[in-house]
Design a protein around this ligand. Structure first.
Ligand SMILES: Cc1ncc(COP(=O)(O)O)c(C=O)c1O
Length: 443
């Protein structure tokens, strides 16, 4: 196939459709085809497309001042945004570091955690422990803490040797135990690895509290999270959550960690923070972390040129205002329950739909070759990709989850993560198209 497009992205042999415009939960391409956006891009456009208040705020800020270097000036927009974020975050949070996206946020978590220990007189602590079947970004450091084998293997020579533990997934328990009697064996693995590595070398533990596109919407039991927090406290390891997908209401609470009654030390956010209007990421730092800097050198040795610039902050601030004014976090919780029930009704009995799970409007469907054994499909059937393509043909956008939801290599899933403004009729239409796609592809 000939491709005349000049942008170097994805498949170089493929001609990509050109988007023309978007409004609410719909997009149109330049051929006039209409799409229902049940992906929100990739869990980004949480407040919907084309929100006038956000676009106006960006323009108004740009007219006054569009750029200043963040270490020279602050701006009203940046200070207001930080206050809005702190107001939504767990109560122990004090300050916000801004950057331009999720990978930068996770890079910043690694560096802030390291500096926290230096400031606290523990210079040996630098290792970051994370979990397999997780995603933390696409830069080399964040790929190194990520747990997606297919995305790491090409860059394997560059991977930093960071330790990983098995994830918590009760549908596919890596320890072959059951949640009512397991005693959170998968959380205890963290303590074992800290001891093996040497607690005086481990700086932070990072996890997606509820996982995104590697194993969509897998949520652990509350006790698992509490145990992880205890282990981190015991060994002076910072407990850090990657809320790049889940933050700002995606799972029906402000942050996914709010489901577990646990306060983290650092939170990474991005995607929904800018709502698709501005490229922004953030690290929210707890009082404990900030206090170490205050008592130490006082100086955070880390910044980015575009971090927290006034235009971006004004856009994100308006997006958060829209989110809270329209009670969209509550909407995500209620609509998520409705959508989940609908999908269970349409697809619960399908022999190849093994698990339908979700929290708020982060919903995952996992496909299996055999429902009883939960055996995944062989990779060459490309079930997940073909279901997403089938939906796309029919004008429905869903997120194609990266293969590996079963064991890191095999396992097909779909992530559904629409804007929180989606209506009931849209959810019914989406569920019908998805059910048709599953029936057609799995036949
Ligand atoms: C959980 C998680 N962390 C980090 C990232 C990286 O974010 P970005 O693509 O904005 O760099 C992503 C992106 O999908 C993500 O889902």
């Amino acid at each position: 196939m000939k491709n005349s497009q000049k942008v170097f992205v994805g498949n170089v042999n493929k001609e990509y459709p050109t988007v023309d415009r978007a409004e609410g939960v719909h997009l149109w391409d330049t051929d006039g085809k209409k799409y229902l956006d049940c992906a929100a891009g990739v869990a980004v456009a949480n407040i919907g497309h084309g929100v006038r208040e956000v676009l106006d705020a960006i323009y108004e800020q740009g007219k006054r001042v569009s750029y200043v270097y963040g270490a020279t000036f602050t701006s009203e927009a940046r200070e207001r945004l930080a206050e809005q974020i702190i107001a939504l975050a767990p109560r122990n949070m004090e300050k916000v570091f801004f950057c331009s996206g999720g990978s930068e946020a996770l890079e910043s978590v690694i560096k802030i955690a390291r500096q926290y220990h230096l400031e606290s007189g523990r210079p040996g602590k630098y290792k970051v422990i994370s979990r397999w079947q997780s995603y933390h970004g696409n830069t080399l450091a964040t790929l190194s803490i990520g747990g997606r084998p297919s995305w790491r293997e090409k860059y394997d020579p560059y991977m930093f040797g960071m330790p990983h533990i098995t994830p918590c997934n009760c549908y596919r328990c890596p320890h072959r135990l059951s949640p009512d009697s397991c005693g959170y064996a998968c959380a205890d693995e963290l303590e074992r690895v800290i001891k093996y590595e040497g607690a005086d070398t481990v700086s932070a533990f990072v996890l997606e509290a509820i996982t995104g596109t590697t194993a969509p919407a897998v949520a652990p039991p509350v006790g698992y999270m509490k145990r992880l927090r205890e282990i981190c406290d015991k060994h002076d390891v910072l407990f850090c959550v990657d809320e790049v997908i889940t933050g700002l209401g995606r799972t029906g609470k402000n942050f996914a960690i709010d489901h577990f009654g646990v306060e983290p030390d650092l939170i990474a956010a991005a995607k929904g923070l800018g709502g698709g209007y501005v490229p922004i990421g953030a690290v929210i730092a707890s009082r404990k972390v900030v206090e170490a800097f205050r008592k130490g050198s006082g100086n955070l040795m880390h910044s980015f040129t575009y971090a927290g610039n006034p235009v971006v902050c004004a856009g994100a601030s308006a997006a958060i205002k829209y989110l809270t004014d329209h009670r969209l976090v509550e909407a995500s919780a209620a609509k998520g329950e409705f959508f989940l029930a609908l999908l269970r009704e349409k697809l619960g009995d399908h022999p190849n739909v093994g698990d339908i799970r979700g929290k708020g409007l982060l919903i995952g469907l996992e496909y299996v070759r055999d429902k009883e054994s939960r055996a995944p499909f062989p990779a060459d059937r490309q079930i997940g990709g073909r279901i997403a393509n089938h939906c796309f043909e029919k004008g429905l956008l869903v997120v194609f989850a990266v293969p590996g939801s079963a064991d890191g290599i095999l396992g097909d899933a779909t992530q559904i993560s629409p804007p929180f403004t989606i209506g009931e009729a849209d959810m019914r239409e989406a569920a019908d198209i998805l059910a048709d796609a599953v029936r057609a592809v799995c036949a």
